[in-house]
Design a protein around this ligand. Structure first.
Ligand SMILES: [Zn+2]
Length: 257
């Protein structure tokens, strides 16, 4: 698990590090890439996750969609293409796990998530780990990994780390924020009242308590809804030449249906 420390980006004094090391970018000659790009599937709009479909965009609250990074080729946004998304939570501290589960449950109202007992069950999902203090005021981090399943479909998994040495209420808050990234909010809100604000633990304000335990706001949900309304490449089958070029085929476990 050494990568967690090694790859944590130093983004100034912020509470959360998004680790956007993309596997899909890969290597290969430009000529090869261009030839392959012609064969790429077109982004498609997926069916909205049930809770998000029921949620009505609140125009008065607005959103911070422009802060979200499109992580996929062609400016497409990362989304989960199947539900429920399996979530593995490190289990050796049952109380800690219970407080992380609270955050999983809150998000499940919008995008179905399912806590699984074994790490390998979250191969196409999210895994959440407890790690020694990261330093630099960073309370947690999330990292997406994109790869092709054996059937050629583009899949992702997300690894989340939460630093030790925090109170249990904060563990829930940090998990809530990092899971927000994992669900597709790969960016930070400029508004300190939003869950996805990037500097919660770094703010020295009179309202620190509020900032340290933020909840999912309408602006967070508005933004997530907009992300899932965008066409995506997730779950789509890529041509074999492209998969070979980028060498990201995982054969071990069948792709989710
Ligand atoms: Zn963050």
């Amino acid at each position: 698990m050494a990568w967690r420390r090694r790859h944590v980006l130093q983004l100034g004094v912020i509470a959360c590090a998004m680790l956007l090391a993309l596997a899909v970018g890969g290597v290969g000659s430009l000529a090869q890439a261009q030839r392959s790009l012609e064969e790429l599937p077109q982004p498609v709009r997926l069916k909205l996750p049930p809770g998000l479909a029921r949620y009505t965009y609140d125009k008065s609250a607005g959103d911070y969609f422009e802060e979200i990074e499109p992580l996929l080729p062609g400016g497409a946004y990362a989304q989960w293409a199947f539900y429920p998304v399996p979530v593995y939570i490190q289990g050796d501290h049952p109380q800690w796990k219970a407080f992380v589960e609270r955050a999983v449950k809150e998000w499940s109202a919008y995008i179905p998530l399912k806590v699984v007992a074994k790490e390998e069950e979250a191969f196409y999902g999210m895994s959440i780990y407890r790690v020694p203090p990261i330093g630099e005021g960073i309370a947690g981090a999330a990292r997406p990994e994109f790869f092709f399943a054996a059937d050629g479909s583009l899949q992702q998994r997300v690894r989340i780390v939460i630093a030790e040495g925090q109170g249990l209420a904060e563990v829930t808050a940090v998990a809530r924020h990092e899971i927000g990234h994992g669900l597709g909010l790969w960016g930070h809100s400029p508004n300190p009242r939003d869950l996805m604000y990037g500097g919660h633990h770094a703010e020295a304000t009179g309202n620190r308590r509020l900032l340290r335990v933020p909840t999912i706001t309408k602006r967070d949900l508005n933004t997530l809804k907009r992300v899932y309304e965008q066409p995506t490449l997730m779950g789509q089958v890529f041509p074999e030449s492209y998969r070979r070029l980028f060498g990201q085929v995982r054969e071990e476990i069948p792709a989710p249906g």
